[in-house]
Design a protein. Structure first.
Length: 318
């Protein structure tokens, strides 16, 4: 179940205060060319488009980025060092830290909000690839990612009034789905995960990406599960070790396929969705966009090492 949970927090909650916050390996990880991803506000479109192939590959090869959080997403601050905060992200399960995914982010990309004021009976999740957060007069304030979730204050006309780290603003009703905060987004069958993912075919891969500005392989599978009511681990290795293990001859659309070097016997390195009829929907690697491919005749055919399932049949949903 995907919902905004604030159980571990005291009266004050730290939330992400930019459209997408990148979680870095250390405060020394960012480069001068990463300025648009470090600022407040951020310009993720500008940052991603400014990086060439080599500088984008270096984000992974040089172990610079860990993950990302979306506007309004809660984190736990465990330490501050100058202008930086070490955080863990409870909504992103990881073996790296039992409290949530760990890493560093600029302190000014966070804001403390009152837990009681932040909690609302309903939440709004962005279901368009992007949605503009609007001001009182309809002016565009911030371009938000798919699956940004914010507390609902009121619903009137064509807009939803939402609470944000910067006060009350608005989202267009046709850009969001509204759900009860205590119940979370409704769990959907595997075919709905694929339907959600199809909207991003062609979107460039981005290492550590957890937003519709660019996903990495496991960020893509994580986000499509999130959109359909499932909170799964952040990284491919953790995703493979959780969920229901599925025999190869019983794969169904929406299952996750995992791949390892040395013809499936080495280190796990990739995850994608089984699309049915021998096809896969996945976010492949830097320099390529999300794609639907046939597995036969590709390196993935011999590297398949595991299949897991998180989705449920409609009658099994609770």
């Amino acid at each position: 179940m995907v919902k905004q949970t604030f159980g571990p927090y005291t009266a004050e909650v730290w939330v992400t205060a930019v459209q997408v916050a990148t979680i870095w390996t250390s405060p020394a990880s960012p480069r001068t060319i990463d300025e648009h991803g470090l600022s407040h506000p951020t310009d993720i479109d500008g940052w991603v488009s400014s990086l060439d192939y080599e500088s984008t590959v270096a984000l992974s090869d040089e172990n610079r980025i860990q993950t990302q959080t979306l506007y309004g997403e809660a984190v736990t601050v465990t330490e501050t060092k100058g202008d930086w905060a070490h955080v863990v992200i409870p909504t992103q399960v990881s073996v790296k830290d039992e409290r949530g995914y760990p890493g560093w982010m600029p302190l000014d990309q966070l804001k403390q909000v009152n837990k009681q004021d932040w909690q609302r009976g309903e939440s709004a999740a962005v279901i368009s690839p992007h949605a503009w957060l609007e001001g009182e007069e309809g002016e565009s304030i911030m371009k938000l990612s798919y699956m940004t979730i914010l507390p609902v204050e009121t619903k009137a006309g064509s807009r939803v009034k939402v609470n944000t780290p910067h006060g009350y603003n608005y989202l267009q009703k046709n850009d969001v789905t509204i759900f009860r905060s205590d119940q979370g987004l409704k769990k959907q069958p595997g075919t709905e995960l694929l339907k959600a993912g199809e909207a991003y075919v062609g979107l460039d891969y981005f290492w550590g990406g957890m937003s519709s500005f660019g996903y990495d392989c496991s960020g893509f599978t994580y986000a499509m599960h999130k959109a359909n009511g499932y909170q799964i681990p952040r990284d491919a290795g953790d995703q493979a070790n959780s969920g229901q293990s599925i025999p190869y001859d019983q794969m169904e659309p929406g299952d996750l396929l995992f791949f390892a070097y040395e013809e499936g016997k080495g280190k796990l390195h990739h995850v994608g969705f089984y699309y049915g009829k021998g096809n896969m929907l996945h976010s492949p690697q830097t320099g390529r966009g999300i794609e639907l491919i046939e597995l036969k005749g590709t390196k993935y055919e011999s590297e398949l090492c595991a299949v897991t399932r998180y989705w449920q049949e409609a009658e099994e949903q609770s």
